[in-house]
Design a protein around this ligand. Structure first.
Ligand code: NAP
Length: 251
């Protein structure tokens, strides 16, 4: 008998680390839902690429900061792919580098709404479907945190760092809540990875500037993060929950 395909949602899966993760999971035959916020063309292009590799790939626009859109996203997956078995809580944002003294409440709220509330609500919807205590078949969640959660990102984005600290607490707490319900919850904490995110912070060349300060003397590639995410989701990581893999070149 053929085994059931694994079904994964990657939030913010259209670019950067999310897209690299989509490629890694497609190579393993996952059915995929790639969520994105605004860049429809990037999501469509990736979907076409991955349909050469795995059988089912759907894309869905949804702002994870908006609860009703997250609920719709999960209902879309129920209809189009079946019951989710893997969630990659990857979508995350930062804003222009600045010191804490220059932060506004509006900015802090936006960061927390996306990175923290959005990840929590996605995890909630996944747990409702995966938990064996609720009639589900189990599953795995990987939260994409950041080395910023332990460096604090001074002079750049302490708000972003704090949002990742909150995600780390969620990884720990949720992993314990659902450990006996067939769900593993783990995290990766990337350092400086070559993606467009740094341009959003106002410094497109940030990774190259910081590379000499990284013990391994270089920035990371999205695939180097994606491989760890794919492992944490896989059956090879079957006894790992509540753990963090730091992918920061030694930082
Ligand atoms: P990226 O290249 O900027 O891509 C961000 C992705 O998230 C895009 O697909 C974007 O969609 C989507 N997105 C943004 N806001 C969203 C929202 N509200 N709802 C749904 N999707 C949303 O980012 P990245 O560098 O790959 O980062 C991915 C994750 O890794 C983030 O959580 C980030 O904090 C973390 N991380 C990155 C680094 C790094 O150095 N790059 C280091 C540590 C941690 P659109 O394109 O449609 O807007």
């Amino acid at each position: 008998m053929q085994s059931q395909p694994k079904i994964a949602l990657i939030t913010g899966g259209s670019r950067g680390i999310g897209a690299a993760t989509a490629r890694a999971l497609a190579a393993q035959g996952y059915y995929l839902c790639i969520n994105y916020r605004g860049n429809h063309d990037a999501a469509t292009e990736l979907q076409q690429e991955l349909l050469q590799v795995t059988e089912k790939v759907v894309i869905k626009q949804a702002d994870i900061a908006v609860e009703s859109q997250v609920v719709e996203l999960f209902e879309f997956i129920d209809r189009e792919l079946g019951t989710i078995t893997a969630l990659v809580n990857n979508a995350g944002i930062l804003r222009q580098q600045c010191r804490l003294q220059d932060l506004t409440a509006e900015r802090i709220d936006q960061i927390l709404k996306t990175n923290v509330t959005g990840s929590f609500i996605c995890a909630r919807e996944a747990v409702k479907r995966m938990s064996t205590a609720l009639g589900g078949q189990g599953g795995a969640i990987v939260n994409v945190s950041s080395a910023a959660s332990y460096t604090g990102a001074p002079n750049e984005y302490v708000d972003y760092a704090a949002s990742k600290g909150a995600m780390d607490s969620m990884t720990k707490g949720l992993s314990l809540e659902v450990a006996a319900e067939g769900i593993r919850v783990n995290s990766v904490r990337p350092g400086c990875i070559y993606t467009q995110m740094h341009a959003d912070g106002g410094e497109a060349g940030r990774v190259d500037r910081l590379a000499p300060l990284i013990p391994m003397q270089r920035g990371g590639k999205p695939l180097e993060v994606a491989n760890a995410i794919a492992w944490l989701l896989s059956d090879e990581a079957s006894y790992a929950t509540g753990t963090f893999i730091d992918l920061a070149g030694g930082r």
